[in-house]
Design a protein around this ligand. Structure first.
Ligand code: SAM
Length: 256
């Protein structure tokens, strides 16, 4: 029997199902994967400002706390308190590989520090990582200490909108907006804080028919926002499928 599950540290996360079928799946997962200690089922979709899911404990130790390893970094995570998706590991590596030594980076929706720490682990960048969830910021601080980064990571507990005003205009070489569904709302506020030829990394959900290109769909939405500043170049990719003909898209834009 092939069972689909996500692995977050030593926790397996399965989709919620009939309770009997979840229990037998959980037993098989734990038998086949001795490294895993906990099986949780996702009871709800990601929801609320903090983008949390509800989980129910199915088997193994009864906890939501773990340590997850990704792209050479370790992350302390509590699934009951913070958002975390292991499915973005490749995307986080791609973004981290683009950043050069000396860059000043703003991550407007930083969570437990995944993108920010993976960047600062590779290069001597200064990364400001903002989150509105106090538990995400607390875990991010623990993660900064655990990862011996080469650069610097500073945490800010705030609504990303309010955090911007503490910086001078044209401060950042790169701004990350990893909050699909909301990023486009924050984009016009972020643009003035980007240096000339700075880079935006934006994540968005989009529905696209078989004939439509999801990346072009997001670029069209985003291009309406630029106003006086121009998109010089852009590239994009589908990060993952999130439903029938619905996608999470990442676009990277160089701004004049
Ligand atoms: C989809 S998660 C991304 C987390 C992280 N970038 C990652 O990949 O692991 C979005 C994060 O944005 C935070 N958030 C939501 N609204 C926010 C806001 N207005 N200002 C700052 N952070 C916000 C949530 O608390 C959550 O941690």
């Amino acid at each position: 029997m092939r069972i689909r599950f996500d692995t977050i540290g030593d926790i397996a996360v399965i989709q919620s199902d009939y309770i009997d079928s979840m229990k037998s799946k959980a037993r098989i997962i734990l038998e086949r994967n001795p490294r895993l200690r906990v099986v949780l089922a996702k009871k709800s979709k990601v929801d609320g400002i903090f983008r949390l899911c509800e989980y129910i404990h199915i088997a193994g130790e009864n906890r939501t706390v773990t340590i997850h390893r990704e792209n050479g970094c370790i992350f302390h995570i509590d699934l009951s308190l913070v958002h975390f998706s292991p499915r973005l590991a490749h995307e986080r590596m791609l973004v981290a590989m683009k950043v050069k030594d000396g860059e000043i980076v703003l991550n407007m929706f930083g969570g437990v520090g995944t993108f920010s720490i993976e960047i600062a682990k590779r290069v001597t960048a200064r990364v400001f990582t903002v989150d509105i969830n106090p538990d995400a910021v607390r875990l991010c601080l623990a993660n900064i200490l655990s990862n011996h980064v080469r650069g610097e990571v500073a945490t800010i507990l705030a609504d990303a909108k309010e955090s911007l005003s503490v910086f001078p205009i044209a401060t950042f070489d790169r701004i990350l907006l990893p909050l699909p569904g909301k990023s486009i709302e924050y984009l016009p506020l972020a643009i003035p804080y980007l240096k000339p030829n700075g880079v935006i990394h934006l994540y968005e959900f989009i529905n696209a028919s078989r004939k439509e290109d999801p990346v072009e769909g997001v670029v069209k939405k985003v291009s309406l926002i630029f106003g006086r500043r121009k998109m010089l170049t852009y590239e994009g990719r589908i990060v993952k499928s999130v439903g029938p003909r619905r996608y999470m898209v990442s676009i990277e834009i160089v701004v004049e």
